[in-house]
Design a protein. Structure first.
Length: 288
């Protein structure tokens, strides 16, 4: 197909418009920007790729993306650098338009997950994306974003996940009470994270998997309930959990941000479950 050369063409404008939520809802599509995210989309979910665009230079530099797309029967079009920049200023010469993967909480629970991140009213896209990436790295099997949380298909969330959005199920639009009840019914312990929690994470790690105990067992299948960046979890949300856990602060920092706390908590559970022989274990160690 001929190279796209007009940055003001209707096709280019329609791709750029997907940066807005209303356009995503109307089109049933979302924007994936940059080689890392597009690479993981093409590798992991090729059927979700609706459109794929690269500059000639990017197609040569990232031949693995073009090759994976060709192997999966996904066509691509080339465009000038001006066209790709008009589609997305963060494209780095590579842009895809993707179809969201329809997933329900029931779909996820049917797979018997042992580690889940549950985000309640998390609205910062960078934080949400970082938690999805951390959940993927820790070996969690799903992330659930309750109603009033950020759209995981917004461009900043997608970029922040660095491709992890396409590695594990991400469920949206579930009420918190419904999510907690469903997770608990599926056999998961629901632990809320809060700086005022009655249980210290270090203490729980010391006794995890050692047998019957009054404290929550981190080696058990677990869903971590994480609250809003600014105000955390209100009392009524903490009350829904089986227990409230705090991450100890050994230095002089006032607190940890949401994504950092989520990473610590998810890795603590993954370690405890791995000692017991659970399924939550990551194979990679790359940081980037």
């Amino acid at each position: 197909m001929p190279e796209l050369t007009n940055p003001r063409a209707e096709r280019v404008r329609s791709v750029r418009a997907l940066a807005g939520r209303s356009a995503r809802l109307r089109a049933g599509r979302f924007l994936v920007e940059g080689p890392q995210s597009v690479r993981e989309l093409v590798r992991e979910q090729p059927a979700a790729v609706a459109e794929l665009y690269l500059t000639h230079e990017a197609a040569e530099r990232h031949a693995d993306i073009v090759g994976a797309a060709a192997a999966a029967g996904v066509p691509h079009r080339t465009g000038t650098p001006e066209v790709l920049a008009a589609m997305s200023p963060d494209a780095q010469g590579v842009v895809a338009v993707a179809r969201p993967r329809p997933l329900s909480l029931d779909d996820v629970l049917a797979r018997r997950p042992t580690l889940v991140a549950l985000l309640a009213r998390v609205r910062d896209p960078g934080n949400a994306g970082a938690v999805i990436r951390a959940a993927d790295a820790a070996g969690a099997q799903a992330v659930v974003l309750t109603t009033e949380s950020v759209d995981p298909h917004s461009p900043k969330v997608v970029r922040s996940t660095a491709g992890s959005l396409f590695h594990l199920p991400v469920v949206t639009g579930v009420g918190l009470a419904e999510a907690v009840d469903a997770l608990r019914s599926a056999g998961l312990l629901v632990l809320a994270a809060d700086g005022t929690g009655e249980h210290d994470l270090d203490d729980l790690l010391d006794v995890a998997g050692t047998g019957p105990q009054e404290a929550p067992d981190l080696a058990a299948p677990t869903a971590w309930l994480l609250g809003n960046e600014a105000w955390g979890l209100p009392q009524e949300d903490r009350a829904r959990a089986d227990a409230v856990v705090r991450v100890p602060i050994h230095g002089r920092a006032e607190s940890l941000n949401l994504a950092t706390a989520a990473t610590v908590l998810l890795y603590a559970s993954a370690r405890a479950q791995r000692r017991r022989g659970g399924r939550a274990s990551g194979d990679g160690s790359q940081v980037g």
